[in-house]
Design a protein around this ligand. Structure first.
Ligand SMILES: [Zn+2]
Length: 201
């Protein structure tokens, strides 16, 4: 088995996606994986799921998990399909969210690290800006919070706590029965209740 096939397997790629070309540079300390699909491949229309021909493609690069001490990048031309019924649509790729600079695995690594240390520290550790990391965090936090069901909350506890050595305050709203955090917001005045009320609804 050639390295390209091994990397296709390791990334969990399914046809028509495949790793076409691997470049490994010791000097630049990086690994580049070029993903492609054979000519004439068809992809599912994101609206109806029907297999459609490729209309055009756009080149994308994603940062992937480091390969030992080497930074790894995925490159692919992402197709837009032309569905006879729904027109031209960009298709989602299985290894990354639309619009992200990182693969899903790299995002999972970020989300695991930021649970344990400040975002700026993680940014320095992985060699990315904290702005890019915050974008990832905001996405997953927002997604997780839309799934939070507060319908069975009966008793709420509220407390303020200081952050940044006592200069700033945040207010925490906690489900007293389930012992979980429902909402947190900067400040310690009545406005925090207005914000919690808005969030609750
Ligand atoms: Zn369609």
């Amino acid at each position: 088995m050639v390295p390209e096939e091994l990397f296709s397997l390791a990334l969990g790629l399914v046809p028509p996606w495949l790793v076409e070309h691997v470049t490994f540079s010791v000097e630049e300390k990086r690994l580049d994986l070029n993903i492609n699909f054979p000519k004439g491949s068809r992809f599912a229309c994101p609206v109806c799921g029907e297999g459609c021909p490729v209309h055009d493609t756009r080149d994308h690069t994603w940062r992937h998990m480091d390969f030992f001490q080497h930074e790894a990048y995925l490159h692919a031309r992402v197709p837009r399909v032309k569905c006879p019924e729904h027109g031209v649509h960009q298709i989602p790729v299985p290894w990354a969210r639309e619009g992200s600079h990182f693969t899903l695995l790299f995002e999972a690594l970020i989300m695991t690290l930021v649970r344990e240390m400040p975002v700026l520290t993680v940014a320095r550790l992985v060699g990315e800006t904290d702005t890019l990391l915050w974008r990832v965090i905001d996405h997953y936090v927002h997604e997780a919070r839309t799934r939070v069901d507060m319908a069975h909350v009966h008793a709420v506890g509220v407390d303020e706590t200081s952050s940044r050595r006592g200069h700033d305050f945040i207010t925490l709203f906690v489900d007293l029965n389930a012992r979980r955090l429902l909402f947190a917001t900067p400040g310690k005045d009545a406005k925090t209740f207005e914000k919690f009320s808005a969030d609750l609804q």
